[in-house]
Design a protein around this ligand. Structure first.
Ligand code: ZN
Length: 130
């Protein structure tokens, strides 16, 4: 199944935990693994703290410093920075599913990471029973 994520900035981390939970509920599967996959070369998926919004602000500020938008890249489309960030973060995460609930720590949230927005994006979710 897929969910749509609308982003509003060039780089942005969007908490999609609630949307993933809803998709998992819809599957009817109670136990197994949940794979959350960004179908894009310039947007990633990661898991990190969702309690203090300063954490994602710091992460974005840091990654934008490490991989600046313009660094004399060769790629004609002009968005090599976004491609590099996606390979650093990774396109997907796997979350355990037990008794119908995602097994996430108290402070963990699932983030869609936009690196070349704003755009409307697609995230593919697979629930693997087991
Ligand atoms: Zn490109």
């Amino acid at each position: 199944m897929q969910i749509s994520v609308k982003t509003t900035d060039r780089t942005q981390m969007v908490d999609i935990t609630a949307e993933v939970r809803a998709a998992v509920r819809e599957s009817g599967i109670e136990n197994g693994l949940v794979h959350v996959f960004s179908m894009h070369t310039t947007a990633a998926v990661t898991i990190n703290e969702n309690a203090d919004p300063a954490v994602t602000a710091d992460m974005l500020a840091f990654i934008n410093k490490v991989v600046p938008w313009d660094d004399h890249f060769k790629h004609m489309e002009g968005n090599s920075s976004a491609h590099i960030k996606v390979s650093l973060f990774g396109p997907s995460e796997i979350i355990p599913l037990e008794k119908g609930s995602l097994v996430l720590g108290t402070w963990q949230g699932i983030y869609f990471c936009e690196f070349d927005g704003p755009r409307t994006r697609r995230v593919h979710i697979t629930v693997m029973p087991g």
